[in-house]
Design a protein around this ligand. Sequence first.
Ligand code: SF4
Ligand code: SF4
Length: 342
Amino acid sequence: MQRVRFGRTELMVSRIALGGIPLMRVSQEEAVAVVREALALGVNFIDTANAYASSEAKIGKAIRGVPREELVLATKSLANSAPVLSQHLDNSLRMLGVDYVDIFQLHNVSSQEGIDAVCAEQGSLTWLDEQVKAGKVRFPAFSSHSVTIALSLMQTNAFDAVQLPLNFIDREAVQAVSLARTLDMGFIAMKPLGGGLLENPSLAFRYLLQFEDIVPDPGIEKLAEIREIAALVETNEGLSAADEAEIARLREELGATWCHRCDYCQPCPEGIPISSVLVVKSTFKRFNAERAHALADKAIARARNCTECGTCLPRCPYHLAIPQLLKENLAYVDAAQWKSEI
Ligand code: SF4
Ligand code: SF4
């Protein structure tokens, strides 16, 4: 598989990374088989997180015996205090069975408070620099769901890589790709398949492969998935006029319900974490039941208090009918089909 230069890290990484979220949903045996198949197909970049439950341990089993220098390992922590970050990093190293990770991402820095915690004196960034000096981390990075926040944090030039959602529906991050090029940062494209909501992998990957220097990070749990995606990357046929028309059609079709998780609609007077409810289908597709419930249950309970006041409506740049969509997602949650999935 083709390798690309990952910004100023000078790491040469495979054209796609293996995203570790769904590995928590499958057995250890299945997870090991998926990771080993990815390696056999030429993927050398694996991205996981402390928050992805058993994902790190399963990856650790799969990479046992693989020369460390042949792998590029990325993990993340949601913590924002030095003691907890250290605990998470040490746990990641133990689970993965390695002495260092190549990329350590401060996970989901998506608010101004998040930036403040990162940049504070003795904040997460200071901690991260210490880990680089100690040799436990090679390159500091962060992930975010907010392009505005990410652009601001990238400007500090303190990070070697960034991870943001990017697919043919979520395109706001294209401006962050430009800034990453200017700053020579590595760029990981989160949610290349829209968190499981884009059902045409061929179209989704051919769209992303137009960006020569970004690394799509699909979450994979089945052998058939990694084989299909690796084949798409190898052939990389580009987009035809018919594909462009299909993308335009899908943007039109999905645009009215697609939450970009920008959170411009906040604050809601009822304290409803609107985006967490609007992406609930994706949450239950990607995570295992325990983690999905941990992520979604409080938000779902709060959403039942929506008064339909409409405060959020003019704030959404995508003109989503938020109160109506909250109802639809609650109906989905309450449906027997959803219950049987958990
Ligand atoms: S309409 Fe519902 S979600 Fe929107 S601000 Fe009002 S209470 Fe919150
Ligand atoms: S509802 Fe609109 S403003 Fe709120 S997070 Fe989703 S896309 Fe952004």
